[in-house]
Design a protein around this ligand. Structure first.
Ligand SMILES: Cc1cc2nc3c(=O)[nH]c(=O)nc-3n(C[C@H](O)[C@H](O)[C@H](O)COP(=O)(O)OP(=O)(O)OC[C@H]3O[C@@H](n4cnc5c(N)ncnc54)[C@H](O)[C@@H]3O)c2cc1C
Length: 583
């Protein structure tokens, strides 16, 4: 049956052996006191919480879902107790600054924490999932008074936060949103409008909920340049109920324990966060953090699905394998893991899961460098890298999360389609991550149209050069990885140049370009991991032998997918036909 075991050994391998992060932390004053053992202790405790407290609420929460009545929402059995334990242990504050009550630990530990939480129970993790983003947004943009009122409560997890962006007519294009904000004599605003799909818009986990709401001021310019950001709590500072309510919750495909709320703002009191009409920019502080968080959801589902599929494949007996290892006992049927088709599926999963962990933790470290390095040039470079990598990680990891979950279900055969094995929940839960926080198509456009093409591929090309420079000299797989990086660099220059003459080109090829970028990151990661695991000190260790074998599989079987993605980018130079209008 379904079981999730936090991959602590692999996390340690990435953090210590491959990335050497403890030595990097020593260079950043904010983390100079942190050593490898303390980091491992933190992750060990997080693993216990995820496995022993949270995972047992996952399947029940999926069956039960949330309950709505008269504007109130009850979460499934066990969710409240798990949230209380989470807050009491101080997990919400992990990567927040100590001056606001946080523990001031690196983003990479927060990323690892959330990877484990999502794998244990994605629906539950939706509630605290926006806390760090809300913290970043308020920390960067709120007035001192608003910070004093909300930051501490958010950091401690005493109050949960929401992101109220989407409206029925305004999804990917937030420039279409209509909610209004009327200024009041006391400096506050009255908010009117209707929001849909608001995760955690109402629930019973905390006494108060801090809503971050996008709305338009009177006479605001049309489109995305006329949107402002407001904070509107469920309960006002005087204890009275604010004029916003949850009109219902959606019945949906997955993450059923997460309340997806229809919210109406009926003259709710709110306060402006940041500059008037600059709300989207302020909200981006929250969305960027949230996008990396969603990338971790993709990784978490992939890890969870792979673990369960592998265990099942080792136990399920069907047919004799075509080739059996020497000395294998006589049997009429072998474990299905011995059949090459399943081995290929499982090894591909391992390439994408463990490679993604390396890429994700390295990006989380770049985020720390971008915020904490004493060197301004280093901060700026890390900031550019994170900005380019965020859409790649969000879309590539979540596409893979769903695909890997579906492939894992296939490993279970018909049993996978049955609820009790847990894998069908994983398929359903993982699907949403490709849609929210900006659909994966919007991520691809963000990467290619907004970030790569405008400077002719300069910054992205420089990032690729740094990836090539980071390959181990003389490494077994370094030449193949270098060739892969060069092929993407070439495609980048060609696409940026051709886009000048063909205004639709970058929009047509964005998805394939992003996939190629994701595959290059994975390939580069495995070239480095293979080299680490080839050290003589690791020669007899089964963990490192598995790493070398997985790297081998990456270069033999996954690298060719890059060729396909790049051929699709080239094919995209051909104009697309228009579909006839309906009727
Ligand atoms: C379970 C769940 C939880 C959510 N939580 C929140 C939340 O907490 N807060 C919040 O504000 N919102 C939330 N959302 C909303 C979510 O962010 C939106 O659904 C998402 O941004 C897409 O908007 P849409 O559904 O209106 O799709 P549309 O924008 O109508 O898109 C439809 C299709 O068109 C494509 N498309 C649209 N524009 C373009 C373009 N320019 N180029 C290429 N393709 C394009 C999209 O990729 C998609 O495939 C949630 C949604 C769900 C289902």
């Amino acid at each position: 049956m379904w079981h999730y075991e936090p991959p602590l050994r692999d996390m340690r391998y990435v953090i210590e052996d491959v990335l050497g992060l403890p030595a990097q932390w020593a260079r950043l004053p904010a983390f100079a006191e942190l050593d490898a053992d303390t980091a491992q202790q933190v992750l060990g405790e997080a693993a216990k919480f995820a496995r022993d407290v949270l995972a047992p609420t996952n399947a029940g929460g999926d069956l039960e879902g949330c309950h709505w009545a008269d504007g109130e929402v009850l979460t499934p059995k066990g969710f409240r107790e798990a949230y209380r334990a989470f807050v009491d242990a101080g997990w919400p504050a992990l990567a927040c600054a100590p001056e606001h009550g946080g523990q001031g630990l690196p983003q990479v530990l927060n990323a690892a924490l959330f990877e484990m939480l999502v794998a244990a129970n994605h629906a539950w993790t939706m509630y605290p999932g926006l806390l760090h983003g809300a913290y970043e947004c308020l920390h960067a943009h709120a007035s001192p008074e608003l910070k004093a009122a909300y930051l501490g409560k958010v950091v401690s997890g005493e109050w949960l936060a929401t992101m109220c962006l989407t409206e029925a007519q305004a999804g990917s294009d937030l420039g279409l949103l209509k909610s209004r904000a009327e200024p009041q004599a006391d400096g506050s605003f009255r908010l009117h409008g209707n929001k849909i799909f608001i995760s955690g818009g109402e629930h019973d986990l905390t006494d108060n909920i801090v809503h971050l709401v996008l709305a338009r001021l009177p006479d605001a310019p049309v489109g995305s340049k006329g949107i402002s950001l407001f904070v509107a709590p469920k309960f006002l500072p005087d204890g009275s109920r604010n004029a916003l309510r949850c009109d219902g919750i959606e019945k949906k495909m997955g993450i059923k324990g997460s309340a997806t709320c229809v919210m109406s703002l009926e003259g709710a009191t709110g306060w402006l966060v940041g500059e008037p009409n600059r709300g989207l920019a302020a909200m981006f502080a929250m969305m960027n953090s949230a996008r990396l968080h969603v990338a971790m959801q993709g990784l978490a589902h992939a890890e969870n699905a792979h673990q369960n599929a592998l265990r099942y494949a080792q136990e399920r007996l069907q047919s004799r394998a075509a080739v059996r290892p020497e000395g294998a006992p006589a049997a009429s049927a072998d474990p299905i893991v011995m059949h090459p088709a399943l081995r290929r599926t499982l090894l591909r999963q391992r390439v994408l899961v463990e490679g993604a962990r390396l890429v994700a933790y390295e990006t989380a470290h770049s985020l720390d460098v971008s915020e904490q390095s004493p060197d301004a040039a280093e901060r700026a470079l890390a900031h550019d890298d994170v900005s380019l990598l965020t859409p790649v990680l969000k879309a590539f990891f979540t596409d893979n999360g769903f695909q890997i979950a579906s492939d894992a279900l296939q490993v279970f055969g018909g049993h996978g389609y049955i609820h009790d094995w847990g894998i069908e929940q994983c398929v359903r839960d993982s699907r949403i991550a490709m849609i929210y926080e900006g659909t994966n198509q919007i991520q691809a456009i963000d990467l290619l149209v907004r970030k790569v093409v405008p400077d002719g591929g300069l910054k992205f090309g420089a990032l690729l050069d740094r990836l090539a420079a980071g390959l181990p000299p003389g490494g077994l797989h370094s030449p193949a990885a270098r060739e892969a990086i060069a092929a993407l660099r070439e495609a980048t220059l060609q696409t940026a140049s051709a886009a000048r003459a063909d205004p639709e080109l970058a929009w047509r090829v964005a998805d394939d370009f992003l996939r190629a970028a994701g595959l290059v990151l994975i390939v580069q990661a495995w070239a480095r991991a293979a080299e680490v695991s080839s050290r003589t000190e690791f020669a007899g260790d089964a963990f490192h032998r598995a790493k070398r074998d997985t790297a081998q599989h990456c270069f033999a079987y996954v690298l060719p997918e890059l060729g396909h993605a790049l051929r699709m980018v080239a094919a995209g130079r051909e104009a697309l036909a228009y579909l006839p209008a309906s009727g």
